[in-house]
Design a protein around this ligand. Sequence first.
Ligand SMILES: *Cc1c(COP(=O)(O)O)cnc(C)c1O
Length: 370
Amino acid sequence: MSGAVLQLANAATRALRAYDPGHDLPALRQEYGERLIELGSNETSLGASPAVAAAIAATLGDIYRYPDPKGGALKRALAAHLGVASEQIVLGNGSHELLMLIAQCFVDASTSVVYSQFGFAVFAIGTAAAGAQAICVPALPADHATAPLGHDLAAMAAAVRADTRLVYLANPNNPTGTWFDDAALDAFLAQLPAHVVVVVDEAYAEYMTAPGANSAVRLLRDSRHPNLIVTRTFSKAYALAGLRVGYAIGSAEAMAVLERLRESFNVNSLALVGAQAALADAAHAAHIREHTAQEREWLTARLRERGLRVFPSQTNFVLVDFRRDAKDVEAQLFRHAVVVRPMAGYGLPTCLRISIGTRAESERLLEALA
Ligand SMILES: *Cc1c(COP(=O)(O)O)cnc(C)c1O
């Protein structure tokens, strides 16, 4: 290959690399069957509400039609659930799409974006794809008392420049599992100039149990934060990663900006009804949250008993520091058909990110580590 076609791509695209999925999971499922323990992608092992399959089955006959381009029914259900207006919601083909869309709408080569070291990987990709300048702010130190490697909100506020148009935060953050509380976010927002849009990526917000740490949606029930956008997803706590549904919540004005560039039929008709059914099954959602909180505590204790460093987490995964090159540990786990996520790409080569699965899955993980 001469690379001649690559040279035809725009500068932003030339600077990007295609997504590396790591293991070929479909092939591994074929090879290992039930024996495969998948703890690498923060999926919820408990599975989706049974109401989702029923809703999808009831909609299959209509798949020759385009979906509702407004996603009206799902938006109304979300609005009621969150205590905001329908006009304050934009749906996405996963929240990944929305994180990219926000960058596309608000930044370009003449502007900059602030995010944290060890922040969610899509923040850097969205920034680069839009051709904007990245301001990657050093994370809190590894020995920080409450949020080791977490967002340094004071430093991030100080890093905002006249040309900054976007700040990406994740609460809780992937891959560190760290979080910040309401008071910290309020203080951060109070320091920001009016020319900056703030995104709080809350992919794991449903899992938060720490006192004083709530969803930033609480700030969107009045008009005081027109530049604040919260992103959420059905992929994690609603166990619908395969359906691809996420949503953004913000001021009606900010959402109208995103609507200008949103692909008209970005969320398919099965995903729309599936997400609505999942949202309506509050008991299943509560079960996932309670199970995850309990198993997170159990697995954290077991790993710490083995002398490993487990970072505090408010998510459905833990970041574990093995204090040596984790490549060997990952390979050992893989020989036992346990898949976890290496962290070298994030600059944490001694760490692995491990999803909270069922008790049986956690036990298989611990056996494989032994
Ligand atoms: C998983 C994840 C997302 C994206 O999830 P979607 O499946 O695209 O909705 C967004 N942010 C963080 C921090 C995540 O871990």
